[in-house]
Every structure is written in C-alpha cells, then in structure tokens.
Design a binder for this molecule. Structure first.
Ligand SMILES: O=P(O)(O)OC[C@H]1O[C@](O)(CO)[C@@H](O)[C@@H]1O
Length: 552
C-alpha cells in the first residue's frame, strides 16, 4: 500500500501550485485557440458515458502533473486492493466491498462473501418476482400494489433516485420512500394507500436508526388500526439489515429478512438488498441491468490508465479545482428530470465520505477536503440559482450531466432541454464582456449613457471550470455506470487527500444529544446537564403542545 500522505506532501504539489498561479490569468476559452479540438482530446469514454473536460482550466502540462499525483498515490493499486477486500476503512477496521455487490465472480480470497452476495441476489429476485406476480398477499388476501421503503441516508437516497430515474422501465408496483422522522413524511406517503395491499421494506444497516425504527413502528400501528391481526403483520414487512435479531424482535419473520454486511458502507449499499424496493417496483431485469452498468464501470476503472480513466480524471479535477483553484463548492446539474435526486444522492456520497478534517493517521488536514456539493435538475436551476453561478462572487466547479435522447418520444421539448444545457455550459465558459453588452444595447436602440451605465450589470465573467458527462440515453446500465463512477471518484479523491472515505464519525454526536434531549422532553431524565437555550425551547415546545391540546 502507498504511504498515507496529505496533498501538500505529494511530489507534484509545488509544481501544481505554480501551475494554478499561471492558470489564474489564462481564460479557459483562450485555451481553445491553440487546441481547437480540445473537446476530443480532453475527453474519455467508458461504459456508455463520455466525460468531456475540455472546459476545465487544464493544459497538457497541468494534466501531466495531475497524473503524476495519481501515480504517486497509486490509485489503481488502491482500487484493486479495495476490490480484493483490503481494510480500507481503518477506523472501523473494515473493507468496503461495494464492488463485490455487482460482481459476477468471487475475487480471490472472498469466496464466502461472494457466495453470500449471490445467494442474497437470488432471494431478492425471488421476492421481486413473487410480489410482482401478485402471489404475495396482505392480511386480507389482496395482492401487494405498493411498497413503502422505510430508511434514511444510504438506506433511502440510492433506491429513491433509481426508482425515480427508471420508472419508465417497468414500474408495475408503485414504490414510495419515507426517510424523515417528521410524521408528515409517513402520513403523506400513506395518503391514498390501502393497508391491505401495502408492503413496507424496512432498510437499516444497523436496525437502530431512530428515524427508520420510529417509522416502522408507526407503519405497524397503521396496519393494526386498519384491522390487521398482529399475527398477520409479518406479511406486510421485509427487512434489510445486518441485525436480523433486531428485525425479528420487531416481529419481522426471519425468512422476510435479507442480510447486509458490515463491509458495505451505508452510502455504497444501493447495490445490495437495500435496492429491493427498486427491484420490486422496476422488476429484476432492470435492477440487474443497473448492477451490470456499475460492474462495467468497475472494470474500466480497474483497467484504464490514469489519463483515460474516468474516475481518476474526475478525482484529479476535483482536487485541482478545490485545492489549487480555490473552488469552495461543486454544482451537479443533471439536464434530465429522472436524475432530479442525483444531487441529494451525491451530497451524501461525497460529503459524508470526504467531509473530514483529519487524515487517516489522525493528523489535522493542511488543506481542504470535500467541497460542498449542491445542484438541481436543469432547467429549474436556471430560474433560481444560476444567477449566482454566472455573476456571483463565489468560486465553484460543476458537472453537467446530459442524456442525449429522451424515452418520452417528445423530441422537440428534449431538443430544447439539450440546447439549454449546452447554452449554460457555453455561457459559463465564454461569459459576456462589458463591450459586448454596450454594443448589444446600442444595437437595440439604447442611448450611449444608459448602455455605459448598464454594462457592468450585464457583463458575465465566464471562465467557470466544468465538465460535461453525456450518455446516449438514461438507461439502467448508464445509470449504474454513472453512480459507480461517482463512487470511485469519491474514493480516489479521498486517497489524494489522505483521508478515510468510509467512516462518518461526525454524525454520531447529534444522534447522542438528540436521544438525551428526547428523554428530558419525556421527563425520563433530569435536565441538569442541558444548557439554557435548549431548556428554553423544550419549555416552549411543552407550552405550545399544551395550548394545541386545549384547542382540540
Ligand atoms: O442504514 P442505517 O443503519 O439505518 O443508517 C442510515 C444512515 O445513517 C448514517 O449512519 C448517518 O447517520 C448513514 O451513514 C447511513 O446511510
């Protein structure tokens, strides 16, 4: 294994600092003068995806230095080690074997893990086909028409995204997703559903997550209130977890529980039985195509040289933009309605993985780790936050994601969508000078004085580094490949920063404090260790609820 180094300790670092200083005075657009075919040369393809990074602020020299960074960090060896089950998650002393979940053969040394994955996949297929055939019935003998996925974070975002993106491929059973502990989330999802034909898939790696367990209990009550006998509730639940006993304690029969393993990180678990709601709603063929697309990307990432390796390139660009060019956020702009949940999915994947302040050795980081990630499906964002992207003072990088065809048959609308995506990419590159604004205003009849006064308001600097990721169509395969690509980008960036992408200790403190506060609210714990602000708001909560009760 390569030694753990932070970015500033890498040999190519000083050279890249110099490169960045030079690049600050060179507009991206000007790079096309000497390299008119950048869009071909600064581009790489695999598994049905093409990454065009010609509008990133990179030159051949910079790429050489970035690739040196990847070579020094031994990214390809590290990827092979990840796939073979090395302990890449040091603080939890675990491997991270999400690639095994979509593999069709056992990596050396992992026959038992592979056998468990293959057996679970078989059971997922059985459940998916059994429920879709109408043979699985609820407490009154009615076939299941709706599945409700109860889970949060990695037990929600991936399945939610995939279900939304691939509905068109065979959404025979409706899937609904409830993550928040806010009762409105469950109530909204259950509106219009019949308890007799609704199945809950409780997804929780730990089976101890407050939101999920609270919602699962509420789902049980909903079924009981609808007349189900307690003994018949098992037919309405499946559970996906590492803790089968905890699921059994909630009354979920053992043969309704599918396993998960501690070597799968929550945010990397879509490919496991956590994807069962999708496999039920979209059908097994669609789900297995998703796995196949991801596996194709795994093969590419393991085999391709750094300069042609999509995940390596994206990690290098992330580090280049964040640590050398000073981007403080990364914007994800899918021009595809079906990818509306992609920014949220990537928020967890990248910010929970790489939002770290110490390296693997526990040393404080000397440079930034993951940028903040945000975004929305185009064109909606154009009518809200793109103003900041074009004229704001913040520095960011972006990924545009564009399927080149639509499944809808509505080619005119889709053509307009494509034109908008390409327009935003072009505007973010070339911008608009003050002189162009003045000329255009004068041509439209404005007086000289008004044209001069408005020019600075209309001018757009452009020069915003971004990539375009295109695919022929959004299919189960291209989606699988896209999500696997971002997973590997995330891992490679973590290696370049010297951090652990697979733990998430920062989320624990809030969970502990919330447990204590809830006990104080329920008067089952003294409030002595709570602060005055918290106590004031607990008192306000109590008073507001007393008033609400009196009004009932
Ligand atoms: O699947 P579980 O154990 O309910 O956890 C849900 C989510 O909670 C987290 O642990 C963060 O709180 C995520 O990493 C995880 O995806």
């Amino acid at each position: 294994m390569a030694p753990i180094l932070q970015l500033f300790e890498r040999k190519a670092y000083p050279k890249l600092v110099e490169d960045a200083a030079t690049m600050r005075s060179i507009p991206i657009e000007s790079l096309f003068v000497d390299q008119p075919d950048r869009s071909t040369t600064y581009s790489a393809s695999a598994a049905g995806l093409t990454l065009d990074f010609s509008r990133q602020a990179v030159t051949d020299d910079i790429l050489t230095h970035l690739v040196a960074l990847a070579t020094e960090a031994q990214l390809r060896d590290a990827f092979a080690a990840l796939r073979q089950g090395s302990t890449v998650n040091a603080t939890e002393n675990r491997p991270a074997l999400h690639t095994l979940l979509r593999s069709n053969s056992a990596p050396e040394g992992l026959p038992n893990e592979y056998a468990a994955v293959a057996e679970t996949r078989r059971r997922m297929q059985d459940w998916s086909e059994h429920i879709r055939s109408g043979r699985h019935t609820g407490f009154s003998g009615q076939p299941i028409t709706d599945v409700v996925n109860l889970g949060i974070g990695g037990s929600d975002l991936g399945p939610r995204l995939v279900n939304d993106a691939l509905q068109v491929f065979d959404g025979k059973i409706d899937a609904h997703f409830v993550a928040n502990v806010d009762p409105a989330a469950l109530q909204d999802a259950l509106l219009g559903l019949s308890p007799e034909s609704t199945l809950f898939v409780v997804c929780s790696k730990s089976f101890g997550t407050e939101e999920t367990i609270t919602n699962a209990r509420a789902a049980r009550s909903w079924l009981l209130q609808a007349g189900a006998e307690a003994s018949a509730l098992g037919a309405h639940f499946l559970a996906i977890t590492t803790d089968i006993q905890a699921a059994a304690d909630m009354g979920i029969p053992e043969d309704h529980c599918l396993p998960l393993w501690d070597w799968v990180g929550g945010r990397y678990s879509l490919w496991s039985a956590i994807g069962l709601s999708c496999a039920i709603s979209l059908g097994w063929h669609t789900f297995s195509e998703l796995l196949a697309g991801a596996q194709q990307m795994d093969e590419h990432v393991e085999a391709a040289v750094p300069g042609q390796n999509l995940a390596v390139l994206m990690a290098l660009l992330e580090v280049w933009n964040t640590n050398f060019l000073g981007a403080d956020s990364h914007v994800v702009l899918p021009y595809c309605e079906g990818l509306g949940y992609l920014p949220e999915f990537l928020q967890q994947l990248t910010m929970e993985s790489n939002g770290k302040r110490v390296d693997v050795l526990g040393r404080e980081l000397k440079s930034d780790s993951a940028p903040m990630l945000w975004g929305a499906a185009g064109t909606m964002g154009q009518h809200s936050f793109h103003q900041l992207l074009h004229q704001g003072t913040r520095t960011f990088s972006a990924d545009f994601i564009l399927p080149l065809t639509t499944h809808t048959g509505m080619t005119e609308q889709h053509g307009r969508l494509v034109a908008n995506c390409l327009a935003q990419s072009r505007a973010m590159t070339v911008g608009r000078t003050e002189q162009q604004c003045i000329d255009s205003l004068l041509a439209r009849g404005a007086g000289e004085e008004r044209a001069q006064a408005l020019a600075t308001h209309l001018a757009i600097p452009g020069n915003r580094p971004h990539s375009l990721i295109t695919m022929d169509a959004l299919t189960p395969r291209s989606l699988g490949a896209l999500l696997a690509l971002y997973e590997h980008r995330t891992y490679f960036s973590s290696l370049l920063w010297g951090i652990n992408a697979f733990d998430q200790w920062g989320v624990e403190l809030g969970k502990d404090i919330s447990g204590s506060i809830y006990e104080v609210m329920q008067n089952t714990r003294p409030s002595v260790d709570l602060d005055t602000v918290t106590l004031k708001h607990i008192a306000a909560w109590r008073a507001a609820n007393d008033r609400a009760k009196q009004q009932d």
